[in-house]
Design a binder for this molecule. Structure first.
Ligand code: GTP
Ligand code: MG
Length: 205
């Protein structure tokens, strides 16, 4: 056990059904890929402790249902979000087009300064690609989002996605901390599950 003052950030994963939100989360938290995940019903949450730039951070991850049939996400989940991952499937153009709809909901409920990352998942399915990297990158740039392509199956960029978004959230929270809140007692956390270490060249923003 190590004693650290740490912050907790809420990160919400949204996107159309079957784009791989649950698979991304499971790959990051448990380092496993289940080929036949069930559709998420309602909301699932997982906590993970990470170390980033010598800071200990707890990520409270919210896995949402992409299917309207199973969706019951209260607007409070958005309101509490520090970070949002809007996920689409690189092999499914419609899931990319739907990003715009998710964005409308996000803009409606989430805090104005929420950090948003656009994620194109399933890059391992090379021959089935329907959304080009450049098209998605241009979209993300236009909106000022972080952008990354991942594969929950092969694990490509999964850790980097969380690292980049956490770094963006930390940066934003440091800006807010210029006006420190009233003192609260330090919180003791377990050893982190993930250590991101020092910033890598590829992740500099
Ligand atoms: P909902 O909970 O219904 O919103 O879906 P979801 O976005 O959580 O998708 P889920 O993680 O359940 O994955 C849907 C299907 O895509 C499953 O069969 C996964 O095995 C598969 N899948 C997820 N990520 C990848 C990936 O990176 N590559 C490949 N090839 N398949 C993936
Ligand atoms: Mg799911």
């Amino acid at each position: 056990m190590s004693e650290q003052i740490h912050q907790t950030f809420n990160i919400v994963l949204v996107g159309q059904r079957s784009v791989g939100k649950t698979s991304i989360l499971l790959r990051f938290v448990d380092d496993e890929f289940i080929g036949n995940t069930n559709a998420t019903i309602g909301l699932d949450t997982r906590d993970v402790n990470v170390e980033i730039d010598d800071q200990f951070v707890t990520l409270h991850l919210w896995d949402t249902a992409g299917s309207e049939l199973f969706s019951s996400m209260p607007s409070t989940t958005y309101r509490r979000a520090d970070g949002l991952m809007i996920v689409y499937d690189c092999t499914d153009l419609i899931s990319f087009e739907k990003v715009q709809e998710w964005l409308i909901t996000v803009r409606k409920y989430a805090p104005e300064d929420v950090q948003i990352m656009l994620i194109g998942n399933k890059i391992d399915l090379i021959t089935q690609r329907q959304v080009s990297t450049i098209e998605a990158k241009n979209y993300a740039d236009k909106h000022g989002f972080d952008f990354i392509e991942t594969s929950a199956k092969t694990s490509d960029n999964i850790s980097s996605a969380f690292e980049i978004l956490t770094r963006s959230i930390l940066q934003k929270s440091e800006e807010r901390l210029i006006q420190p809140p009233p003192e609260s007692p330090p919180v003791i956390v377990d050893e982190p599950n993930h250590s991101f270490g020092k910033p890598k060249k590829c992740c500099e923003r």
